[in-house]
Design a protein around this ligand. Structure first.
Ligand code: C2E
Ligand code: MG
Ligand code: MG
Ligand code: MG
Length: 268
């Protein structure tokens, strides 16, 4: 009987699996609707230049307007389908619109960093799309930075290299996100064409404890020896900030300086 219609296929799943499947379907539905009905918005978290203590970049962080789900809940599900590609373009469009609004408000422009899912590697024209969007509004390409994680390189070496070339040829900057969570291959660091490495919060929580700071100091030294800047994310306390400053960390991002804020809360 279950074979009769596609809809009945889930009778083969356990109750737990069925619940998970239903939740996934519901989230996909929420995301589809959000794509069609302008249901997303961006928050912006400042990245601080340690030398000047000024904002030098904002990371765009995606939110649902009804705040029903966090990105940690919906990004992995978006990544299971082509939804991530649609969402990736929505994020790029909104970021460029924000740059335009800031310019209109007379705010000195600083770059916006966009998170780039490995799934978006299938969006072959993404770099061109972004570049055209920037050109249309007479914005310099270096006002956008792309944050990707090293997972994009796994099994994708050649495609990833092509992708990076497309971004760099367009004048768009690249950063390596969440370093310290995956394989954190030192070998990758020697050849990926990024000028900025973001150390993940989980890493910071461990290595900014008393007696363990030399590890971070050495990672920063390593990055500098490869001519790369280091930004540490998830900095929540002054003591952490001071240790990082002392270790020659270039940039920091975290609640200590600011939570993610709305674009219209930005003033310079
Ligand atoms: P991520 O790129 O590593 O972004 C940093 C996350 O850490 C953000 O969470 C930010 O709000 C949070 N955070 C910043 N400072 C602190 C701090 O001091 N303490 C703590 N506990 N957390 C801090 P958020 O916005 O929930 O985003 C989570 C992840 O979702 C992001 O991690 C990113 O991987 C993904 N994501 C968010 N927006 C997008 C997007 O537009 N596209 C894609 N592909 N992924 C996105
Ligand atoms: Mg990021
Ligand atoms: Mg990160
Ligand atoms: Mg992270």
């Amino acid at each position: 009987e279950a074979k009769q219609t596609g809809k009945n296929k889930d009778v083969y799943y356990s109750p737990e699996m069925r619940t998970a499947l239903r939740q996934t379907q519901e989230i996909k539905h929420i995301l589809h609707t959000a794509c069609e009905e302008d249901g997303f918005y961006l928050l912006f978290q400042p990245q601080i230049d340690v030398a000047t203590e000024k904002v030098y970049c904002y990371e765009a962080l995606l939110r649902l307007k009804n705040d029903a789900l966090s990105p940690a809940q919906f990004i992995p599900i978006a990544e299971e389908s082509e939804l991530m590609i649609t969402i990736g373009r929505i994020v790029a469009t909104k970021a460029v619109e924000q740059l335009v609004s800031w310019r209109e408000a007379g705010i000195a422009l600083v770059p916006i960093a966009l998170n780039f899912s490995p799934k978006q590697i299938n969006d072959k024209d993404y770099a061109t799309f972004l570049k055209q969007l920037l050109d249309k509004h007479h914005l310099q390409a270096n006002l956008i930075e792309i944050e990707f994680t090293e997972s994009i390189l796994i099994n994708n070496d050649e495609e990833a290299t092509k992708l990076f070339q497309n971004f760099l040829a367009a004048g768009i900057q690249l950063a390596l996100d969440d370093f310290g969570t995956g394989y954190s291959s030192i070998r990758y660091l020697t050849f990926i064409p990024v000028n900025k490495i973001k150390l993940d919060k989980s890493f910071v929580d461990i290595f900014l404890q008393d007696g363990k700071e030399s590890f971070i100091e050495n990672i920063i030294r390593l990055a500098h020896s490869l001519n790369k800047k280091i930004i540490v994310e998830g900095v929540e306390e002054e003591a952490q900030y001071l240790k990082l400053k002392h270790s020659n960390c270039d940039y920091i991002q975290g609640y200590y300086f600011s939570k993610p804020i709305r674009g219209d809360q930005v003033q310079h």
